[in-house]
Design a protein around this ligand. Structure first.
Ligand code: G3P
Length: 222
């Protein structure tokens, strides 16, 4: 399973890249705003900065909602760096934009996927990724993981190469559950990724190993 980080924070992206397991970065307009990045020039520079940090693909989201504007914006984003994957929202004009951009060799990540039908249409239009939002479904009392399971079944039935990019991840358990189901990619905040590393028995075991090693060294000196 591929690991993407879901943030526009450069320090967190650097930390994830340094960890050596990063396969990609996803951003969205809210994450960019959280970092205080506004205006086309600043946003485009920020995408370029992210691309310079990572050996991975970087999802950059369009902010227009009509076909003509989305393809113009998508082409401009893709021209910033070969690592850019254009993020298009799952709306009617978005489907047409996915078809156009993918036919031009531009990879598309379809965002705001909340149903299996939406994922099926995005894959058929040529999207490279579909992003089901698990956490936001959980938030309204609907089980987000069931959506990932349904999309996995449908894509496997027809051999769609479109990758399932599980998004809106809230913690390490979501990541593990997605891996069990067979999501191709998980995009998560750094805290959720780092949460996978921790176990109290690891800390306890390591402390014992180091203490035993020290004791053995001290008694050898006597
Ligand atoms: O980037 C899309 C998605 O991961 C957003 O997640 O936490 O805002 O629901 P969240």
């Amino acid at each position: 399973m591929k690991f993407f980080i879901d943030t526009a924070n450069l320090d967190q992206i650097r930390e994830a890249q340094d960890l050596g397991i990063l396969d990609g970065v996803t951003t969205n307009p809210s994450l960019m705003a959280k970092e205080g990045i506004t205006g086309d020039d600043k946003v485009n520079k920020h995408y370029k900065d992210i691309c310079d940090i990572v050996d991975a693909n970087v999802s950059a989201e369009v902010i227009s909602i009509t076909y003509d504007e989305m393809i113009k914006e998508g082409e401009a984003l893709a021209a910033l760096n070969p690592k850019i994957v254009v993020k298009i929202p799952m709306i009617k004009d978005g489907v047409k934009a996915i078809k156009y951009l993918s036919s031009k060799g531009i990879r598309v990540n379809t965002t705001l996927i909340f149903s299996a039908g939406q994922a099926l249409v995005a894959a058929k239009a040529g999207a490279s990724y579909v992003s089901p939002f698990l956490g936001r479904l959980d938030d309204i009392g609907s089980e987000g993981l069931l959506l990932v399971e349904d999309i996995r079944t449908i894509f496997d039935n027809y051999g769609y190469e479109c990758e399932i990019l599980a998004a809106s991840i809230r913690g390490p358990l979501h990541i593990i559950d997605c891996a069990k189901i067979g999501a191709d990619v998980v995009t998560a905040p750094l805290s959720a990724i780092l949460g996978l590393l921790n176990h109290p028995l690891t800390d306890k075991g390591l402390a014992t190993f180091l203490a035993d090693h020290k004791k053995a060294g001290e008694s050898a000196k006597k």
